[in-house]
Every structure is written in structure tokens, then in C-alpha cells.
Design a protein around this ligand. Structure first.
Ligand code: LIP
Length: 268
């Protein structure tokens, strides 16, 4: 089945734009903060309301598609073969603290709704705080606010600015801290910005030289991984060829290979 990836890209841009406006303009004075996997894994009423808004919009324009949302899970069979992968607020902790580094991420994928089997067709990520929207379509390139992305990249890991992130489980964070402690002397510097989709987009547009993380949800990286790939970056897992919850690694060539080798050595 062929898909109009350009049309899907436009829909993804409209979805993130609408939800980005909602979570900023309708932000209540008092956020109701709940928790999911651990006491620090925050979720607010804006996460769930923004996801519902996105699903309502997508259903209005693509009524036969499937959905996989961070907050509502998998719903609706993809009669068209297309599933929308939605993170209504990526960087929820930053959103709760009103730190301007959170995003809305929406991707359209074909095939089974899991990263090991799907093909990402189109995606969009918005940072409403900075009014920046990244988007891409498969084979159609990537852009930031409509300008094509083609940023140069460093050629060695020791000159690379690398971003990463940490999970919500203390035992996982302990292991992740051990890796970043050993990686730090090998790179220019480390950044921990708090939203995977934005980390991926910043690698795509050259404001980061690489990013890796373990323990992400598929909604965290579905759109950003396509945007980075269409911007000419190398996108992979750590132990697996494709991004998954076990790991995501994104950088330009040859830094990607150097970073992946260092991570595999450190993670054993
Ligand atoms: C976040 C990711 C981030 C990771 C955080 C959290 P959320 O997603 O975008 O990269 O380090 O721990 O998982 O929970 O804000 O949607």
C-alpha cells in the first residue's frame, strides 16, 4: 500500500501546532500532577487533554487510521495500515516546572505499531516555547519552520556535544549515571535537556552533535528519529539495528559509529 507521505506530514504539523498552542495558551494556573511508573514520572491533565485533542483532530481527517498514544495506549485498528504515534507532552517534568524544553510529537507509521516492525512515514515535533516546528516525510527531507535541514557535523567524538537522558527508576538511573560518567571525558560535553523528541530534532538541525538514551517509549522517538534520518543523520539502536526501548543512538557519520562503539564498550 502506498501512502501520500507529504499529506501525512502536513497533518502531523497541524496536529502538533494545535496541541502546542493548547498546552501553552490553556495552561491552568494550577496543574494537577499525577504519577505513572514511579513517583517522579509525572503526568498532568494537560497531557491527557492534549492527546484527546490530537486524536479528535486525526480522526476527523483520517477516520480509518490507528492510534498509539503515550497516555491512552493503542486504540483503533489501522484499517488503512497507518497508525499515529502520539506524545502529547514530551518533557512533562519540564512542562510541570515551566522550563521551556517540552514538545508535542506526532508520527504516522505503517505496519505493526511497534518500532521493530513499523516504517515511519512522516512526523512533526513542536517546541511551543521557542515556536520551532520540525517535520519530515520519508524520502522528502526534514525542515525546521519550513527551512530544509542540512547542517554540518563534527568528525570526531571528542569534539561532539552529546545529549542523553535518564529513566525514572532509581536503579536504572544509577546504571545510566555510570555510563555517562565514563563517556564524559571522551566527548566535548554532555547535555541533559529533558525531552527526547527535542534532543533528536536538535541533532537533526546541528545544535547537538549526537544523542543516546535507553528506556524511551516509542512515542518519544518515532517522529524525531525520522526527522534526524531525513536530515542526514545515522539513526540506530544500541544493541539492535533500529531504535527501541533498549536504546536509541543518533549522530552524523562518523560520530555515530564512534559513539555507538563507546556505548557498547561501556554497557558491556
Ligand atoms: C521523557 C523523555 C526524556 C527522558 C525522560 C522522559 P516524557 O519523556 O523525553 O528523554 O529522559 O526521562 O522519559 O516522560 O516527558 O514523555
Amino acid at each position: 500500500m502506498t501512502h501520500d507521505v507529504s499529506a501525512l506530514r502536513d497533518i502531523a504539523v497541524k496536529a502538533v501546532t494545535m496541541a502546542g498552542e493548547f498546552i501553552t495558551l490553556e495552561r491552568p494556573t494550577q496543574l494537577v500532577v499525577g504519577h505513572k511508573s514511579t513517583s517522579t514520572d509525572a503526568v498532568t491533565q494537560m497531557d491527557t487533554q492534549a492527546e484527546a485533542l490530537i486524536v479528535d483532530y486525526l480522526r476527523s481527517v483520517r477516520p480509518q487510521d490507528g492510534f498509539l498514544g503515550e497516555e491512552s495506549g493503542e486504540s483503533a485498528t489501522a484499517h488503512t495500515g497507518v497508525t499515529w504515534v502520539i506524545d502529547p507532552i514530551d518533557g512533562t517534568v519540564n512542562y510541570v516546572y515551566n522550563l521551556p524544553q517540552y514538545a508535542v510529537s506526532v508520527a504516522a507509521v505503517s505496519g505493526p505499531p511497534n518500532p521493530a516492525e513499523w516504517t515511519v512515514l512522516a512526523g512533526a515535533v513542536v517546541n511551543p516555547s521557542s515556536a520551532e516546528t520540525w517535520s519530515a516525510s520519508r524520502g522528502g527531507g526534514a525542515s525546521l519552520n519550513g527551512t530544509a535541514l542540512d547542517a554540518p557535523q563534527p568528525t570526531s567524538l571528542d569534539q561532539a556535544l552529546i545529549a542523553t537522558g535518564f529513566g525514572y527508576c532509581p536503579q536504572q538511573r544509577d546504571r545510566q549515571a555510570a555510563v555517562v560518567r565514563e563517556l564524559l571525558p571522551q566527548v566535548r560535553d554532555i547535555r541533559r535537556l529533558g525531552a527526547a523528541s527535542l534532543d533528536l530534532c536538535l541533532v537533526a538541525d546541528g545544535r547537538l552533535d549526537g544523542y543516546y538514551e535507553q528506556g524511551l517509549g516509542p512515542w518519544d522517538f518515532a517522529a524525531g528519529a525520522l526527522i534526524a534520518a531525513e536530515a542526514g543523520r545515522v539513526v540506530s539502536g544500541i544493541t539492535e539495528p533500529t531504535p527501541s526501548s533498549t536504546g536509541v543512538v543518533v549522530a552524523g557519520d562518523p560520530v555515530h559509529g564512534q559513539l555507538l562503539k563507546a556505548l557498547r564498550t561501556l554497557m558491556g
